[in-house]
Design a protein around this ligand. Structure first.
Ligand code: MG
Length: 380
């Protein structure tokens, strides 16, 4: 082959390769269905409770929670927010608050989630549970997009997940005993108190089990003297810690209690954001972090780090929720001292399968994102 012919052949081959390559690219762009625009959607699901759930705040046989779905690039991220009655939140209120923001969320770059969540926090005053529903769907989507479980995004080892207690809501002594028997597999129980029936409740629990107990008064006691007396009695009954003995604003009175009891006192209703934590340091030994209270995983992580920096303990809790929220919280649980992540176990129609519990230990899989599976009958 002459030199000139060789160049002509090479040129033709190069064009052919280019044409072929172009053909493939054009074919890829032309043949599959056109890519859908990103979409962020919401719906409300009614979660049926196994037992009527009573605390000092409310009593109900079901809970409505706000569910979100983020579809982008053929990947779906799931989220949930359980509005907290204490802060005048509801699933419907959260859904309405998000309604006008859905185009903004759909169009945002999910990898810039810090910016988006900060903007939404400003645009959703008083709607932290709705914010959590957005945060969870974004983090589930990101994990799936990157092919890693969310705990790996946070640098955590799933072997270190916490052991959760099982919660026993306020009830008659007979039903309390039944609930304690049903919680046989759990090594620790958390008992709701805060009423005149507290001693009878603890007596009912103790008539069935000797397990360590945690107690949540949900702001139910009204005076510091009454609270200190009850806490010291509870200590004699094998109670490890007490949550929110007095109304949230009585921080100084709680500091007084702390000087008159031995077991740790945790702030739940008194602690909403990372900025709250420093002023609680003198009155409380630890804080309760909940995704619905913080506004999702990213703010919860910030609260955990702030509490740690101040030498405080951390309990990770939840509202009555599906496996979506509880699984998301379980991904953070390697960072905390105590877990109260049983909200999904209180309901009878969980739309998701996610974290499992074996003798209280939270078990996560290596599935990407939050690792949730939407149950077939929950798809419609
Ligand atoms: Mg609590």
């Amino acid at each position: 082959m002459k030199r000139r012919e060789l160049f002509q052949t090479l040129a033709a081959t190069a064009v052919g390769v280019n044409l072929m390559g172009r053909e493939v690219l054009d074919g890829a762009a032309a043949s599959p269905a056109p890519r859908k625009a990103p979409a962020f959607t919401t719906r409300i699901r009614r979660l049926e409770l196994r037992h009527t759930w009573t605390t000092t705040m409310s009593s109900s046989s079901y809970r409505d929670t706000l569910h979100t779905q983020f579809d982008r690039d053929g990947i779906t991220g799931y989220g949930e927010g359980a509005g907290i009655v204490r802060y005048q939140q509801s699933a419907l209120g959260g859904q309405k608050a998000l309604e006008g923001l859905l185009p903004q969320i759909s169009a945002a770059d999910p990898f810039c989630y810090e910016k988006l969540l900060k903007e939404l926090d400003r645009q959703l005053p008083g709607q932290r549970a709705a914010l959590a529903a957005v945060d969870l769907a974004l983090m589930d989507w990101l994990g799936k997009r990157l092919g890693v479980p969310v705990y790996r995004l946070f640098g955590l080892d799933p072997k270190d997940t916490a052991v959760t207690n099982m919660s026993i809501g306020i009830d008659t002594p007979e039903i309390t005993r039944q609930k304690v028997r049903e919680a046989e597999d759990f090594p620790v129980l958390k008992v709701k108190v805060g009423l005149a029936t507290d001693e009878a409740t603890i007596d009912a629990v103790r008539s069935v089990t000797k397990k360590p107990l945690r107690v949540d008064a949900n702001e139910g006691w009204t005076s510091k003297e009454e609270a200190a007396r009850k806490i010291n009695w509870l200590e004699s009954q094998g109670v490890q810690l007490i949550e929110q003995p007095l109304p949230a604003h009585l921080v100084e009175e709680t500091r007084w209690i702390r000087n008159h009891v031995h077991i740790p006192i945790f702030a739940d209703e008194a602690c909403h954001s990372a900025e709250d934590i420093p002023k609680l340091r003198e009155a409380f030994d630890g804080i309760v972090v909940k995704l619905d209270k913080s506004g999702g995983l990213i703010e919860a992580l910030r609260q955990i780090h702030v509490a740690r920096a101040l030498g405080m303990k951390v309990m990770l809790g939840c509202m009555v929720s599906s496996s979506c929220t509880v699984t998301a919280a379980a991904h953070l649980s390697p960072l905390v001292d105590y877990a109260d992540l049983d909200g999904h176990l209180l309901i009878g129609n969980d739309p998701y399968q996610g974290v499992t519990v074996q003798k209280g230990k939270l078990i996560l899989t290596d599935a990407p994102g939050l690792g949730l599976r939407l149950m077939p009958d929950a798809k419609n």
